[in-house]
Write a protein that binds this ligand. Sequence first.
Ligand code: AMP
Ligand code: GLY
Length: 422
Amino acid sequence: MKIMVIGGGGREHAIIKKLKESPKVDIIYALPGNGGIAADAVCVDIGAKDIDGAVKFARENNIDLAVVAPDDPLVMGMVDALEEAGVPCFGPDKKAAIIEGSKVFSKKLMKKYGIPTAKYEVFDDMAKAMEYLETAPLPAVIKADGLALGKGVVIAQTRDEARAAVRSMMEDKVFGESGSHIVIEEYLEGPEVSVLAFTDGKVIIPMVSSMDHKRAHDGDTGPNTGGMGTVAPNPFYTASIADECMEKIFLPTLEAMNAEGRSFRGCLYFGLMLTNYGPKVIEYNCRFGDPETQVVLPLLQSDLVDIMLATRDGTLSDTEVRFSDGAACCVIMASDGYPQKYEKGYEISLPSPMPADVQIYVAGARLAGGELLTSGGRVLGVTAVASDLRSAVSKAYGAVGNVVFENAFYRRDIGQRALRAL
Ligand code: AMP
Ligand code: GLY
């Protein structure tokens, strides 16, 4: 089979490495991929949001399966365009991708179908939002409606902070039109869990749970980032909580989307908060998480090509989706200064030979004269798999010590919260 994967980050690298394990795969193209992905796929200089470019490439190269991994092209309707051109896709169509593309949509969906989530109000008028903030409970969580690179959420501890956030979204439009509508919601407390699930619109099969580490610095301090590391499974997510989530969240979401005529096929990501009042949805994503994928897919033992085709064809109930009962840890190595200002262009030296059970998933690097150079904030993720979490964490950090580039920065405590919970 000829497969193309849209995107060029660590998540896409992890998807590509897992796809390559399938005997069905002949060649994988990455659009656009990156300097590290180039070791595992043929990188093609077509941007992840270039729908026309992707359709043209898929037609000319007789692509058998297109995996659309990032949120932007999904929300923009890349799957619709590819399918219309006869290219089978893994990923939701535009109608279903709105579950991530609009927070107003997803909040209304949850309210209508009784899916547990934070209490909220929607505003499209700044004066009304300001008036509401006079008496809103604190901290207040303020979210821009549309995609905002994961940065459209402000947790305001004081009324002044809340007002400033509303002003910057609605008046200064720091997130563009995404801030024309905002959601102000109740602050939820508890451990956070990410659950990715395969669904074909008929059945939903959760993958192994995971835990992201979103803050830049140790001890969950510093600014929010795209994610500085992950572990799987998440020890807070017990079997009984998993059952409760299936009954109260996963199946109701699947049915709600079907009832709305927006049947979801692909990977549906549930960002959950395990509160004292039960699990609640913080966010839906219409795609694999990054860096959750870098710990979840290494634990997948079944054929990812078969699963992806089954989500599209509606045959997931007949398809094996099996995970190992081991654990994985991914430590993200970033450029010092990320998520703000950082320097790039430094040569990366990788462990050689690569230790057993360790994978490097490259996010921000380019090739120049055969050398791999840093080219982004998050540079790469080092994932180790082991029979238990403690060994996975120590193996991952062992390998991190052998990845060298100038200005490297990483958290030292990925997995510690999970280990304390065990
Ligand atoms: P989101 O972009 O919706 O994933 O939000 C980013 C992060 O903000 C989440 O991963 C949570 O850590 C935090 N967050 C979002 N909504 C809430 C909430 N209602 N209460 C507490 N934390 C939240
Ligand atoms: N790790 C969070 C996300 O992919 O949105």
